[in-house]
Design a protein around this ligand. Sequence first.
Ligand code: ATP
Ligand code: MG
Length: 347
Amino acid sequence: MGKLFNRRKSDRDKNSPTELIQLVETRAASETDLDLMIPDMPEDVAEAPVTHDDTDDHSRTSHVTATPDKAPPVSPQEARIYTFVGSSGGVGTTTLCTQIAYDLAMQCKANRGLGRHPQDPEVCLIDLNFENGTCAHHLDLMPSLSLDDLTQNSGRIDTAFTSALVSTHVSGISLLATPNIPGAMQKVNPHAVMAILDAASKLYKYVIVDMPRQELPWSLAVMGGSDFVGLVSELTIPSLHLTRTHIQHAQSVLGDRTTIEPVISKYERRSFRNALRLSDAEAALERNIWATICQDADTAREAINCGEPVGAVRKDSRYAKDARKLVEKLVALHANNDVENSGSIAA
Ligand SMILES: Nc1ncnc2c1ncn2[C@@H]1O[C@H](COP(=O)(O)OP(=O)(O)OP(=O)(O)O)[C@@H](O)[C@H]1O
Ligand SMILES: [Mg+2]
């Protein structure tokens, strides 16, 4: 059985704060065997350890070994993994993921000196949409992951391998993304995807995942391994219907232990004729809306066309302010845990 999205055990079992466990153990209470969420792939040969011989056929990464001369810095603190999925297309998920990563990277920069070496990157943005991803465009970066990296044996993927495959934005965001490859979703090895996520969770303080909305073999495992899953929706009937379906489906498998919350994007505060209100959405979803991001097409358009996060082009825009509120709420979700685990004040 391949590796699932390994997480540090500390927030689930305070007795073993540094131990890594598999998601399947943390979710053992569920009747559903989460280990089955990723199909067994015969070619994923028993998580074989990396050897120099093994890596010889990987031209782009053959310089990366499991025991490099200089190991990449591993985050001293448990990664917080925030995953966002659009309930329907074009709702603003990627714009939001990029801005959240940027805001966190700015916070980390401002807080430097509280632990990590100034050059150690602390925020990773992962684009799991290998066919239509746009995170790289939003940051004007060349994606460094390839389909080969994602089709190989997951046993070869470790922190050294993963850290060699990031593209770095001037803000300090590390991006893990592929160029868009038609048919890639069917070809990737789910275990390799999970192994990259697993490595990123060891390397960084914050991992932001932009997840495609179609259900893939790794989707529920990624959600289950996340500290927070935001289902991004618009205030329209179809989008809210899809949000409700997605939340119900995810919770039926994952139970209540993964925080899955609705986020309304492109939210108009002014009320228009025939427009839905937030209270309508809350009634339809039978839960509170966790956060809203205002409708701000000019700012969003300017950001994508400049290849920059919103906060870099319009720091004081309503969009950037809403996203900052969302980030503050995300960080506050786990602030108590972080203080207990590290003895320091969370960023
Ligand atoms: N808050 C917003 N207000 C107005 N327009 C927005 C907002 N957020 C994003 N947009 C615009 O909506 C379009 C889609 O944005 P984005 O690519 O982020 O959505 P997405 O949900 O990731 O799309 P996809 O389903 O294709 O992945 C873009 O033109 C973007 O500029
Ligand atoms: Mg997108």
